[in-house]
Design a protein around this ligand. Structure first.
Ligand code: PHE
Length: 468
């Protein structure tokens, strides 16, 4: 017993309830909230998507996040040890839950490096350049814009990528309480203030009203079963990613959570924070792009390039746009940084536990692997741009196999394990630890046994049924 206590105290953990909530929210709030959510909301009928998203957030997202945090806290182990302890037959899931973040981390940091580049560009007064610069290539037919020119090189993207990885690594090396918790407690409130300030400013711009209307009011014209299906699939997919589910993160963070803090209300808080940031990001981006493009919805359907190409153009035309642009990219950098820290922690925790090495050395191992794998993604957009895997660039390929295949499989099997093998009581007991009730228990059971597994199958199938 004394030994166990010793090893537990050595492992470290969050020092307060607020610290835990803000660290988990730091993981959840990321690029997904800031560029992906607004653009999906705009694409799938504004208010209607918001409504579907909210319903799923408080039911589906809540149940999955609660499950992962409960598994982590009950076992007190890194993902590999945790899944094995829940059920030996599902031990393989622990490895899957480590491989997923190990594969996402490198390319997420490459994108983090891009964001860092934009932050530096705006802070050094180059925002206008980011909006308008063009570059002629050796091929007379091809001109590049600021973004495509930047990623087509090796040197700069590699440099920013390395700096970005090291920034996150320093925090992880400092440990859970002194590193992750401290940084999140400072950065998350800053991030929230920034996003509120930028949103308020955007709403005062001439013509913002039409964009807000488009974003908030449901559009039921040509409503059909197919449209409903697609909206639900998009909302579920987004939610899953946005709440950092099935990446081993919530299990790992849960393992550092204090036993006497309430689980259910903590999960609710994380969920509200994550959804609020996504909603506010939409209030910034949708009206801003709407004004810029004179209401042309096409402009909102740009996907990844929305943030790197369209937003700088929007800032260029906006009064005080350079300042707002700089603040915006600081915001995105902070959001992405706390997410990559959480990915790094999952893998580091496994290395510490399995190889019994000090945190510092475990971090070094993770950094080396991340740098090597990340370079593949950097090269994939530059010197190896001809290389494709399943018709995708290297970065897009890593994104696809993790998000569309491995994560839904992990979440599906986790639901089966909890819902049918060890039974939901496993989680319920952990929620009830030190609490007198589990308010949403009925809904929780239905979600884990029926709705969540079906939604996971839906996500796995969507790449094949997008044409309905
Ligand atoms: N939840 C993050 C987001 O919304 C996604 C993410 C988290 C990705 C952690 C990687 C690691 O952007």
């Amino acid at each position: 017993m004394a030994d166990k206590q010793k090893s537990e105290s050595k492992r470290g953990g969050f020092g307060s309830k607020l610290g835990f909530i803000l660290a988990a929210a730091g993981s959840a709030v990321g690029l997904g909230n800031i560029w992906r959510f607004p653009y999906l909301a705009a694409k799938y009928g504004g208010g209607f998507f918001l409504l579907v998203y909210l319903i799923f957030a408080v039911t589906f997202g809540f149940s999955l996040m609660l499950t992962e945090i409960a598994i982590g806290r009950r076992t007190g182990k890194s993902v590999v040890g945790a899944y094995r302890e829940v059920h030996k037959g599902f031990a393989g899931l622990g490895w899957l839950a480590m491989i997923i973040p190990a594969l996402i981390l490198p390319y997420y940091c490459v994108i983090g490096g891009w964001v860092l580049k934009y932050m530096v560009t705006f802070l050094t007064g180059g925002g206008a350049d980011a909006a308008t610069a063009t570059y002629q290539t050796a091929d007379p037919g091809v001109t590049l814009n600021f973004f495509t020119n930047f990623i087509s090189h090796v040197g700069e993207p590699t440099g920013y990528f390395i700096i970005y990885v090291l920034l996150g690594a320093v925090v992880v090396m400092l440990g859970v309480e002194k590193g992750i918790e401290k940084v999140s407690k400072f950065l998350m409130p800053v991030l929230f203030l920034l996003i509120v300030a930028i949103a308020v400013y955007t709403l005062t711009l001439d013509g913002a009203g039409a964009g807000v209307k488009y974003y908030l009011l449901p559009d039921f014209t040509d409503f059909s079963a197919g449209k409903l299906f697609k909206t639900v699939a998009a909302a579920v997919g987004q939610l899953f990613y946005s709440m950092s589910i099935a990446m081993g993160i919530m299990v790992t963070y849960g393992s550092y959570m204090r036993k006497d803090d309430p689980l259910e209300s903590s999960v609710r808080n994380i969920e509200v924070f994550d959804t609020a940031v996504a909603f506010l990001a939409g209030l910034i981006i949708v009206p801003a792009v709407f004004i810029f493009s004179n209401g042309d919805a096409e402009a909102l359907n740009k996907g990844p390039s929305l943030m790197f190409v369209t937003m700088p153009q929007v800032f260029r035309t906006m009064p005080a746009g350079q300042v707002i642009g700089a603040l915006f990219f600081i915001l995105v950098t902070l959001a992405a940084l706390t997410s990559s820290i959480s990915l790094m922690e999952v893998v580091t925790a496994v290395v510490i536990e399995k190889f019994r090495v000090k945190r510092m050395w475990a971090s070094v191992i993770v950094i080396v692997i991340t740098l090597l794998l990340g370079l593949l993604s950097v090269f994939g957009y530059s010197i190896w741009s001809d290389v494709t895997l399943m018709k995708m660039q290297i970065l897009d390929f890593f994104d696809f196999i993790t998000n569309n295949i491995m994560m839904p499989i992990l979440a599906f099997l986790t639901c089966i394990m909890i819902g049918y093998v060890v039974k939901t009581k496993y989680v319920e007991d952990e929620v009830l630890f030190g609490e007198d009730r589990f308010r949403s228990v009925k809904m929780y059971r239905i979600m884990i046994k029926f709705i969540c597994p079906v939604c996971m199958i839906l996500i796995l199938l969507t790449p094949f049924i997008t044409d309905i």
